[in-house]
Design a protein around this ligand. Structure first.
Ligand SMILES: [Zn+2]
Length: 572
């Protein structure tokens, strides 16, 4: 009896017949939360939207290209975490509510007085601009509708907006805020603009998997392939789709809510952006055709799941999405794509099993050794070592490795570590042997460098330079002996700064990256705020800098302990 009930329940939530219904695993309170802004809800980013290396974890509310709109607590609760960063969410507030959910507000311009003072006290206590600390319920309780902050553009933000999230307080999964009644006007159906067939034929997905592109035509929810013929298939295939959504309130392309794939009415694949775990978000690199994304920046969403992809977007009880048509009959394939408002688009086409059809030859890439997605993998030569922990890959792969001539200025040969078209989920550790031109006194300045730019850092270990990286690619050894650059914006030695409210600097590093910075006035630590996207560091004078002559010192180091110092006397 219980089994029957479960089956009916599953059929009800997964059936395509309810066109305006969306797939949802559980109900969420619809009226607990008010909107975080008093602006009409217009979004530039949706929950689950496809971003570089992650799914967008919340909603981005547009703020008329301006900063400074009041941000409200969406319900009663208490501030449970405060975080300030020069990257990421910048100035961010977390509120835990009694209904079991936590709301997050990011890229804030500034905090209300109580919160600002709490943060500043903490920053001076630990002498760090970047802080991230929990609070207990009695410290800063908030009421629904209370102003907690003003909207901004801090951290890694591409323009003024409010990043807003709702998380499950227990599991920390982030959940689609539109499922809580915080909806956006939307009568626009998702757009479908391409379909792919992947001829896997029993091999793991890779950049060598043969694929066919099928252009799509249509509008207003009805899509078909440009070509009307039946697609002949022979052997095991998977499908992929290019799709995105828009809504009534803005032109910004955003993410869809669900993708379902049916063959003859039977579901073979479903992904739903209801909720996900942050530690799975990087698996977007498996959700997408990553080789296509890296080589041509197109986002094809594969409709088959690789065995090492543990995203919870894919619904239980469904096959992995791979099909092998062994009969000679025509089968109807239907993609159903929905947005969170239930607007639905369909792409329909026909396939036929044809044992006479030429099998697109699935090639396994040439290999030295097989790496397994569910095991720890090691590879070693006299010049190079690699350790990939279990969980590093989404599928098994035929690992390839080559070595070539030493690049100019390098302290090793060039090591071609597989290729950058294959994503890495977890950090790889690689060791590259430095050659004899790396003198002992330079060992602690050595780093690994990726031939496409950037450095994963490095430490000297027994003749090798060791670093962890999340990318395959071409690596070699270089040294960083150049200190970071400090460019003062509005302070010089002896300057009169009466009437100036803040001093600022541009800071940058050439290779290993900025490590730490520390500024003092008359020997006392001062708060320097940092915005990575503008490479800007600044201090706002407060009551501690009284009238008179003062001595400022700013010390910046990079990741290889190269140090720059700026000293100036100034008068207030
Ligand atoms: Zn955002």
């Amino acid at each position: 009896m219980l089994r029957y009930f479960l089956l009916l329940f599953v059929l009800a939530i997964y059936s395509p017949a309810f066109a305006q219904e969306i797939i949802i695993g559980q109900e969420y309170p619809k009226s607990d939360f008010r909107p975080p802004l008093d602006l009409p809800p217009v979004i530039s980013g949706s929950f689950g939207e496809l971003r570089a290396g992650h799914f967008h974890s919340g909603m981005d509310y547009k703020t008329n290209q301006r900063e400074g709109y009041p941000v409200y607590a969406v319900a009663d609760g208490y501030i449970s975490r405060l975080r300030v960063q020069g990257v990421g969410f910048g100035n961010a507030i977390y509120i835990t509510h009694p209904n079991g959910f936590t709301t997050v507000y990011g890229h804030l311009q500034r905090f209300n007085d109580h919160i600002a003072q709490t943060i500043k006290n903490y920053q001076y206590r630990i002498e760090s601009f970047e802080v991230d600390f929990p609070l207990i319920p009695i410290e800063i309780p908030v009421k629904k509708g209370e102003i907690i902050a003003w909207s901004g553009n801090s951290g890694s933000s591409g323009g003024p907006h409010l990043h807003f999230e709702i998380r499950d307080s227990q599991t920390e999964e982030t959940i689609n805020p539109q499922l809580f009644g915080l909806t956006v006007p939307d009568r626009v159906k998702p757009i479908i603009n391409g379909m792919y067939v992947y001829h896997l034929n029993g091999l793991p997905f890779s950049e060598k998997t043969p694929k066919q592109y099928f252009p799509v035509t249509g509008s207003a929810g009805v899509y078909k392939l440009n070509q009307s013929q039946v697609i002949n298939l022979n052997g095991e295939v998977g499908f992929g789709i290019m799709t995105f959504d828009k809504n009534s309130a803005s032109e910004n392309p955003v993410g869809v809510y669900s993708i379902e794939l049916f063959i003859d009415g039977k579901s073979i694949y479903t992904s739903v952006w209801e909720r996900f775990f942050f530690h799975h978000s990087r698996s977007i690199n498996s959700h997408l055709d990553y080789p296509a994304y890296i080589s041509s920046r197109v986002r094809i969403q594969k409709s088959f799941v690789e065995p090492g992809n543990f995203l919870t977007l894919y619904k239980d009880g469904l096959a992995s999405g791979l099909v092998n048509i062994t009969d000679n009959l025509v089968h109807d394939v239907n993609y159903v794509v929905k947005d969170v408002a239930g607007n639905t688009s369909n792409l329909s086409f026909r396939i036929k099993g044809n044992s006479q059809a030429e099998i697109l030859p699935a090639k396994a890439p040439a290999s030295m050794t097989t790496f397994f997605f569910d095991k720890e993998n090691r590879f070693e030569t006299p010049e190079f070592k690699l350790l990939a922990p279990k969980g590093s890959f989404y599928s098994n792969l035929n690992f390839s490795y080559q070595i070539s001539a030493k690049p100019p200025g390098a302290f090793s040969k060039m090591h071609h570590v597989h290729n950058r078209l294959i994503p890495v989920n977890d950090a790889l550790t690689i060791w590259i042997r430095a050659d004899s031109t790396l003198k002992p006194e330079l060992r602690d300045k050595a780093v690994l460098v990726n031939s496409r730019g950037g450095s994963p850092g490095g430490t000297y270990e027994d003749g090798f330079i060791k670093a962890t990286t999340r990318d395959f690619g071409n690596y070699y050894v270089k040294t960083d002996t150049i200190p970071p650059r400090i460019t003062p914006v509005n302070i010089t030695d002896g300057k009169i700064l009466t009437g100036t409210s803040r001093i600022s600097f541009k800071i940058s590093d050439n290779l290993s990256g900025l490590g730490s910075y520390r500024a003092t006035i008359d020997g006392r630590w001062i708060l320097m705020e940092y915005d990575a996207k503008r490479a800007l560091l600044w201090h706002t004078f407060d009551e501690n800098t009284t009238g008179g002559v003062h001595q400022l010192q700013l010390v910046i180091s990079d990741m290889k302990s190269n140090i720059s110092t700026f000293n100036a006397r100034f008068i207030r």
